[in-house]
Design a protein around this ligand. Structure first.
Ligand SMILES: O=C(O)CCC(=O)C(=O)O
Ligand SMILES: [Fe+2]
Length: 343
């Protein structure tokens, strides 16, 4: 099979180099949608029930590392319009040109099939992706795709709203953890990255994956998804499906926030599966620390019952290790965990 997959829809069965080994492929067991992943109504926090909202959020972050938010203040039309711009991106012919950006380190905006490591990876993912830095807008917006023509304006306006939503959620989490007001403001949430995924319909969804099991590396991820489900979360060793709820965003705790909370909040592994009948599009907005900011457990979360488990480090060092080790957290964290003997 060629490295380009110009017409996903004409492929009748998944080519060999998209078939995952039995232990990582989804298999033909149907994973049910889990209705216990909490759905948090953010308007309650504004209407006087802040404490209750915070408690729900912290509990969800401890138990699942995942929750959804509704009544978050971003309009249905804006969500629809932005989703359709991203869908359009993946209709454009240049997305099939795999060599467009990913191997060019001078390009900050990358469109690719599978992953950046297409040429060296053993098995490819059944997805196309567009990834670029987003915030601060003035630093990046002029480097974003020029097509579709509305991309920069629409995604720019939407990103400002997502950044505000991210700050609201981080303030609630910060309060719930007992951290000082504004703990995550400035450098700790000084950056934002967009990673948009398109998963074409797949003839054998049991054999391949849209995204392999992974942790997100950042503070939180705010996920905009269309009405097709495909996201699955690992909970107590079992996969559970996340519902595609209209007008909601899926929020998950990234590894950097797990570290800052000294392991109190969970960062859960998750993956995306495909299906045989529908395209699926999702857009992850990663709220991220600036590269030079120091990541370390918050002092007030350390006491004799909760000893320090992570060392302090620069976020950019963590990220380069994260990518170098392909997100394998056991290997990544070897250099950032406090060794047992000094606990
Ligand atoms: O497509 C999805 O639902 C998951 C996306 C995701 O996990 C990611 O982009 O990190
Ligand atoms: Fe993810």
């Amino acid at each position: 099979m060629d490295k380009l997959m110009p017409k996903w829809s004409s492929i009748e069965s998944v080519p060999e180099n998209y078939i995952f080994p039995p232990e990582t492929r989804p298999g033909d067991i149907k994973i049910p949608i889990c209705h216990s992943i909490p759905v948090i109504d953010l308007s309650e926090a504004e209407n006087g029930d802040r404490t209750n909202t915070i408690q729900k959020m912290i509990k969800a972050a401890e138990e699942f590392g995942f929750f959804q938010v509704m009544n978050h203040g971003i309009g249905e039309n804006e969500m629809k319009e932005t989703m359709s711009v991203f869908k359009e991106v993946f209709q454009l012919p240049d997305v099939y040109d795999h060599n467009l950006y990913p191997d060019d380190s001078t390009k900050t905006c990358k469109k690719f099939t599978s992953t950046y490591h297409y040429d060296t990876e053993k098995v490819h993912l059944w997805r196309e992706s567009l990834r670029h830095p987003t915030y601060p807008l003035e630093e990046w917006q002029h480097l974003w795709p020029e097509n579709p023509a509305s991309y920069r304006k629409c995604v720019g306006e939407f990103s400002i709203k997502i950044k505000e939503l991210g700050s609201r959620i981080m303030n609630l989490i910060s309060e719930g953890l007992g951290l000082e007001c504004g703990y995550f403001e400035n450098d700790l949430s000084g950056s934002m990255i967009i990673s948009a995924n398109h998963y074409p319909p797949c003839p054998n969804p049991d054999l391949t994956l849209g995204i392999l099991k992974h942790f997100d590396a950042y503070l939180i991820t705010i996920l905009l998804q269309d009405d097709i489900s495909g996201l699955q979360v690992l909970k107590d060793g079992e996969w559970i499906g996340v519902e595609a709820l209209p007008h909601a965003f899926v929020i998950n705790i990234g590894y950097a926030l797990k570290i800052i909370s000294n392991g109190k909040l969970q960062s859960a592994e998750h993956r995306a599966v495909t299906n045989s009948t529908h395209d699926r599009t999702s857009v992850a907005f990663f709220i991220a620390p600036s590269g030079d900011s120091s990541i370390e457990p918050a002092q007030c979360l350390i006491d004799e019952h909760n000893p320090l488990i992570f060392k302090s480090f620069k976020f950019k060092d963590f990220l380069s290790r994260f990518f170098e080790k392909h997100g394998d957290m056991e290997k990544v964290m070897k250099s950032f965990e406090v060794p047992d003997e000094i606990l």
